[in-house]
Write a protein that binds this ligand. Structure first.
Ligand code: ZN
Ligand code: FE
Length: 262
């Protein structure tokens, strides 16, 4: 488990299953402890016992089992409230506080803004607290989620919402996929010096069995191949290399399709 200090809360990062991360958002001014995407209840319980805290809420970014499987057990053991997208109420186990996908809410002293991010699934949302972004399976370190239910255009719009956030935003995504993603990034963005540095930094981090997550949105904007098309210079370079004349969205779509079979 790793802990990160923000101004008014702590984020505890718990590895679970093969490559999932569960996050505990611990409010510094109340007893509120929010579990983001409990893949596995036992991992949450062990972490809470170690920290001497009790979960009070669950935030689910989307309905996939590796983000919701812990819901029922945590409800039974701690009586937690489950906050998730009302439009996915039928697929999120134990939902007790259905919210509209883009709204603001308060839990303890935490001010939370949610973002509607269809693409990976139609009901995918993110939770933003100050400079912490819990974006589930929409944005990864140097990657983005597969487009399972939404359209490519929806995913592109969702990524655009994330791109609009400030550079110092910490990206707490739900999987440790960074090194694999960076290999693809390198193949499509060869001359990117920031990317080269990230590859050596993150490779070293993983050799020490440390997480590459959280990254920052600033770093993702510069090195994530699915955010790079927002930069016109990258679009120009990509078109030259591929003898094409694609707009930014078409470049994103091309990259996402290439990555699917890469
Ligand atoms: Zn998922
Ligand atoms: Fe997942």
């Amino acid at each position: 488990m790793w802990t990160y200090q923000h101004t008014d809360f702590l984020v505890h990062q718990i590895p679970a299953l093969n490559d999932n991360y569960i996050y505990l958002i611990q409010d510094c001014h109340s007893d509120a402890v929010c579990v983001v995407d409990p893949a596995l209840a036992s991992s949450v319980q062990t972490a809470c016992e170690t920290l001497g805290i009790k979960p009070t809420h669950i935030f689910n970014t989307h309905h996939h089992w590796d983000h919701t499987d812990g819901n029922q057990t945590l409800i039974e053991k701690y009586g937690v409230e489950v906050i998730a997208n009302a439009n996915d109420a039928a697929r999120i186990p134990g939902i007790s506080q259905p919210i509209s996908p883009e709204t603001s809410l308060k839990v303890g002293s935490l001010n939370i803004q949610t973002l509607d991010l269809p693409g990976h699934t139609l009901g995918h949302i993110a939770f933003v607290m100050d400079d912490a972004l819990c974006c589930g399976d929409t944005l990864f370190g140097a990657g983005c989620g597969r487009v399972f239910e939404g359209s490519m255009a929806q995913m592109w719009d969702s990524l655009q919402k994330l791109y609009a956030l400030k550079d110092n935003m910490k990206v707490y995504c739900a999987h440790e996929y960074t090194l694999l993603n960076l290999r693809f990034a390198k193949a499509v963005d060869k001359d990117n010096e920031t990317l080269k540095k990230r590859i050596s930094d993150d490779t070293r981090t993983r050799m020490k069995q440390q997480p590459t997550i959280p990254s920052t949105l600033g770093l993702e904007k510069q090195t994530n191949p699915f955010l790079r098309p927002f930069n016109p210079d990258f679009v120009h370079q990509y078109n030259q290399e591929n003898s094409a004349n694609m707009n930014a969205f078409a470049v994103f779509k091309d990259l996402r399709e290439r990555k699917n079979t890469w």
